[in-house]
Ligand binder design. Sequence first.
Ligand code: 5AD
Length: 322
Amino acid sequence: MADEVRCAVFGQGIYCRALVEFTNHCDNNCRYCGIRKGNVDLARYRLSDQEILDACATAYALGLRTFVLQGGEDAWYTDARLIPLIATLHERFPQAAITLSLGERSPQSYENLYAAGARRYLLRHETANPEHYRMLHPERQSFWHRMHCLYALRATGYQVGCGMMVGSPGQSWEHLADDMAFLQEFRPEMLGIGPFLPHHATPFSACPPGSAQLTLFLLSLARIMLPKVLLPATTALRTLLPQGLTQGVAAGCNVVMPSIPTAGYELYDGKAAVRDLPQVLRRMEEELALSGCALISARGDYGADNAAGENQRMQNACKPRG
Ligand code: 5AD
C-alpha cells in the first residue's frame, strides 16, 4: 500500500541528495553514535570551505539539486563561519536547495542560516519518549530542548526533517508508538527512519542491530500516514540490507542521499566509504530500474508537483551504458 501511495504522489521519480559530511567533530556524547565526543580514537576532520564547495560542484555536475551539509555538533562552526559558506553556495548554485543537519542551535542561529539561503533542516528527534531519550543521551542533552529546536526550525520557515532509529537500545513497542504519534502531530516535511547499528567505540557496542523488517514496516506506515513526506532509504538501512534501496522504495521511500566522497564520518560500524560518485549513482540507477523507478534531477521540495512527469531524469540516468 505504501508503494502505491508513493507512486501516486511522486510517480517513478526518486530524489537524490548530495550528503556532504563536512565535520566529524562533535561536542555531544550520544551513547549510540560513533562520532561522539568520548570516542578519542577517531581521527577528526573538518573540510575546508573550498572542499565543501568542490564536493557540491561535483554533485551538481552529476545532476543533484540538493546539498545536505551534515556534521557533528561542532561549535567551531559559528554562524560567522557558516553564513558566508551558505551564501556562496546559494549564489553559485541558485537552482539547488541547501539542507542543513548541524544539530541543536539557537533559534537566532536557525534564523541567520535561513537568511543566508538554507531552506531545509534535518534534526532527528531520535525517540519521542523522554525516558528513552535519557537512556540514549547523557544528562546535558534534553528531550525538551530537542523538541524546542524542532519547533523553532518550523517557526523559522524551514522544511523540517525529524526521525528515529529502529531498535535502539531500550526501545520498546510503546516507544515506537510514541514516535508514530509524534510524527502524526508534528507532520515533518522530511523523515529519516533507519535501523540502529552498533559502533565499536560506544557504550552500545555490544547491542544488537535493529531489525530491517521492522524498519521497512515503520517506513511504510509513515508513507501511508504522511503521503507527501520526503522519505529516504537511509544509509543505515542500506548498510544493514543489501537490497535496502529496492526494499525501501517498495516500503514507500522516495529519496536517496549518497555521501559525497570524504573519509571518517563513522556513525556506526560497516558504513561504506564513498570513492566514486558516478559509479554509486549508476549502481543506484540499476537497482531502481528493477522497481521501475529512476533518479531525477530536481530540488524535490516538499509539496512540489512530482507526479506531473516534468522532473527530468538525471543525466547520469540518460546515458546509455555498456
Ligand atoms: N546507528 C544508526 N543510526 C545512527 N545515527 C547515529 N548513530 C547511529 C547508529 N549507531 C543516526 C542518528 C542521527 C543521524 C545523523 O544518524 O539518528 O540523528
